[in-house]
Design a protein around this ligand. Structure first.
Ligand SMILES: *Cc1c(COP(=O)(O)O)cnc(C)c1O
Length: 220
């Protein structure tokens, strides 16, 4: 539809990375990836990449020349070093995240898991059609009238760090506030429902699951 109407299209491919999704081949004009995440893989550098179709090459090149925004050589070095192991890391993130998502979906207090790699999950069919794999970022919904007990759950996780910038080797967990989700809610959440975002890292999946298990006990 966009092509018919001469509209340029862009996609944020940070979650899948080009290892699991090829947006230009699918017909997108621009594919943006935060190199801060899986490219670097160690949460120690900030950067981004833009892949483009031939259709927009001249426009993007002209903007790139006048903008003057350039990546520092040290940052470029760290990102290039990380990219060398992108494939092996992503395979492991995927393997671990699938195990964790299967565990999460069996828990009574968790009413929904957002991870497309899991059969029967929301968007499984769309994911299967376009992606060749899934990364380590997932979400889930907890039902509890006691918000503090859900916060206690997140804060009792010992293996998980606290952070927004996922994509590194370590696992991260965040309580997504209702305000942060705002009008961009991808799912309806009631007052007694809570969304947790987890980035599943490269640790031993048994350790990750054991950690979640001990913390889940705090949810009332
Ligand atoms: C983190 C993130 C960004 C922004 O990346 P930075 O490199 O931290 O600026 C963009 N898109 C998605 C999907 C992200 O997760």
């Amino acid at each position: 539809m966009a092509k018919k109407n001469k509209i340029y299209t862009a996609i944020d491919n940070t979650w899948g990375t080009p290892y699991f999704l090829k947006p230009i081949k699918l017909g997108f004009d621009m594919s943006i990836v935060s190199a801060t995440k899986y490219y670097s893989g160690h949460s120690d550098v900030m950067g981004g990449s833009l892949a483009i179709s031939k259709r927009v090459f001249k426009l993007v090149e002209a903007t790139n020349k006048v903008s003057g925004l350039r990546l520092g050589p040290d940052d470029a070095y760290l990102i290039l070093r990380g990219i060398r192991t992108l494939d092996v890391r992503l395979e492991k993130h995927q393997e671990n995240a699938l195990k964790v998502s299967k565990f999460l979906s069996k828990q009574k207090k968790i009413i929904k898991v957002f991870y497309p790699y899991k059969k029967g999950s929301q968007n499984y069919k769309l994911w299967k059609k376009y992606y060749s794999g899934a990364s380590g970022l997932l979400g889930f919904k907890i039902k509890s009238k006691n918000k503090n007990s859900v916060l206690k759950f997140v804060n009792s996780l010992k293996l998980f760090g606290y952070g927004f910038s996922w994509g590194g080797f370590e696992s991260l967990a965040l309580y997504q506030t209702h305000q942060a989700l705002g009008k961009r809610q991808f799912t309806h959440i009631n007052k007694d429902e809570h969304i947790i975002r987890m980035h599943i890292g490269l640790e031993d999946p048994k350790d990750i699951i054991d950690d979640i298990k001990q913390a889940l006990k705090f949810i009332k």
